[in-house]
Design a binder for this molecule. Structure first.
Ligand code: SF4
Length: 325
């Protein structure tokens, strides 16, 4: 079991925390309930923070000129809250900039918090929604202030792959904060070494660039190297792992053990990889086989590889909505 650094996550308050939705309800969410033991949640309800009561009339995004300039208005009477919401979002997010924020989980489809796929209307009142979709007003400011943060909504996190990717990103980024705090070449090299196979699964190209940086052949300043490394890390982590990259990474790991294995064990592993490639079994099956060899052959270097536990295993939930929302 790894020691994890606790990520700081901004959460829409109506998810599991407060009955602050327009109709006075709260969203129950088992994943968030479990997650709260492993992260620091900082909750926010932008709508009640600008003084709206609960319950309240519904709000909507409108696009008067059919562009991506959205206004936030009351659906019934059109009273405009755009300026108030902009002012609140700027001041809330600006104050957060000094905290180490690793990610955001916002309420899906809300005209304030929705990170994508929010309905957009031509006007208030009885007007049909437009074919385009938008981003909630508060969420759009999140992207401005935290361009590298990991942002998801509760709806997308019901998808197994999106959820695993989200968790991998926030726990890896949170771990990287220790490198920034130590500001030493040793901590950067340790990070690169432990995350080698995880990064290989996301992007062998960025892994190579990050390896070159840690070699520091040009004797750059450590702060500059760490800053550059973080840019590559964010880019690498933003790429979802795919079967072909996972298989490439697993074959590299397999290389450590093939000389100790019997021919039937090797054949069985390669058949398992084929089944994974054909989507007949999940990624965890060949990975667990490798992990068992790490322990059996007492491979000290691979034992600490984060690919075997990129986030606390208690957070693994096999539930999958199957929706790529
Ligand atoms: S979606 Fe956002 S603004 Fe709406 S109730 Fe939830 S936290 Fe508040």
């Amino acid at each position: 079991m790894r020691d994890f650094t606790t990520p700081n996550i901004i959460l829409s308050k109506c998810i599991e925390h407060d009955n602050c939705r327009y109709d006075g309800s709260k969203i129950n969410n088992d994943f968030i309930k479990t997650l709260q033991s492993y992260v620091n949640f900082i909750t926010v309800c932008p709508e009640t923070s600008i003084g709206l009561s609960t319950p309240r009339d519904t709000l909507r995004l409108i696009s008067k000129d059919n562009t991506d300039n959205f206004d936030l208005v009351f659906s019934k009477n059109g009273d405009d809250l755009t300026e108030k919401m902009d002012t609140f979002s700027h001041s809330f997010l600006k104050n957060l900039c000094d905290n180490d924020i690793d990610g955001f989980i916002l309420k899906s489809r809300s005209p304030s918090c929705g990170v994508k796929d929010v309905k957009v209307y031509k006007s208030h009142g009885k007007s049909p929604s437009l074919p385009k979709k938008g981003v909630g007003l508060f969420a759009s400011k999140v992207y401005e202030y935290f361009p590298d943060a990991v942002v998801e909504d509760d709806g997308r996190l019901t998808n197994f792959n999106i959820r695993e990717h989200f968790l991998t990103k926030i726990f890896t980024k949170s771990e990287f904060k220790n490198v920034q705090k130590h500001n030493s070449m040793k901590s950067l090299i340790d990070f690169q070494s432990k995350n080698k196979y995880l990064l290989m699964a996301h992007s062998p190209g960025y892994l190579k660039k990050m390896g070159k940086l840690t070699a520091n052949t040009q004797s750059k300043d450590i702060s500059d190297i760490i800053h550059e490394y973080e840019i590559y890390l964010n880019k690498a982590l933003s790429i979802s792992s795919k079967p072909n990259r996972n298989i490439n990474m697993l074959l590299h790991l397999f290389g450590y053990f093939s000389k100790y294995l019997s021919s039937s064990e090797k054949a069985f592993f390669l058949e398992t990889l084929e089944k994974y490639n054909d989507k007949k079994i999940p990624f965890c099956v060949p990975l667990t086989m490798i992990h068992s060899w790490v322990m059996r052959f007492e491979n000290e270097y691979l034992r600490d590889q984060t690919i075997f536990e990129p986030f606390p295993s208690e957070l693994i939930q096999t539930r999958d909505s199957g929706k790529m929302i």
